[in-house]
Design a protein around this ligand. Structure first.
Ligand SMILES: [Zn+2]
Ligand SMILES: [Zn+2]
Length: 167
């Protein structure tokens, strides 16, 4: 849990509190299923009194494990995420939908940081931009071996379908 007491900055418009820390993934409620982080996560940011709301900005950095979507190899990558979130006092009338709130002068930014890192992960990670992937015929890692399979061959069932479509 990462919480800040904002009693002081609430007293003055534009007042802010900045933070810089290194935390274990567990402190952001991140399990290895959510995101396999290696080591600690560095976080740097600030919370500013922006009038009706508190504005939180943070930059996160961590080393993570990813699985290449082409060759299925596990690799390590450096990830960075920028998070910006507004927190409304819980007693605000007519809160916007999905608004994040705080009460008793304590803001909990755990969830915003956690999500920031998760949504930042690529849907199709690549171990390298030009990863050649696995051969669809023999399964060889084409970054390592040249298996000489003819990958232009069309599945015979698809061939039939192609002929039918052309009639
Ligand atoms: Zn790869
Ligand atoms: Zn092959």
């Amino acid at each position: 849990m990462i919480k800040f007491n904002v009693a002081d900055i609430k007293k003055k418009l534009m007042a802010e509190t900045s933070f810089r820390m290194e935390v274990q993934p567990g402190e952001l409620d991140l399990s290895s299923q959510d995101l396999p982080v290696i080591g600690k996560i560095s976080i740097e940011g600030n919370i500013e009194n922006a009038g009706d709301v508190l504005l939180m900005k943070a930059h996160l950095q961590a080393k993570v494990k990813r699985v290449c979507s082409r060759c299925l190899k596990e690799f390590e990558a450096q990830t960075e995420a920028q998070v910006e979130e507004r927190y409304f006092p819980a007693e605000t009338d007519e809160l916007p939908e999905d608004a994040l709130t705080y009460k008793f002068d304590v803001v909990d930014i755990t969830e915003a940081l956690r999500e920031g890192l998760i949504v930042n992960e690529p849907v199709q990670p690549l171990c390298k931009a030009d990863c050649k992937g696995l051969c669809p015929i023999c399964g060889a890692d084409r970054n390592v071996v040249d298996c000489h399979c003819d990958t232009r061959t069309i599945d015979p069932r698809l061939q039939k379908l192609a002929e039918l479509l052309h009639k």
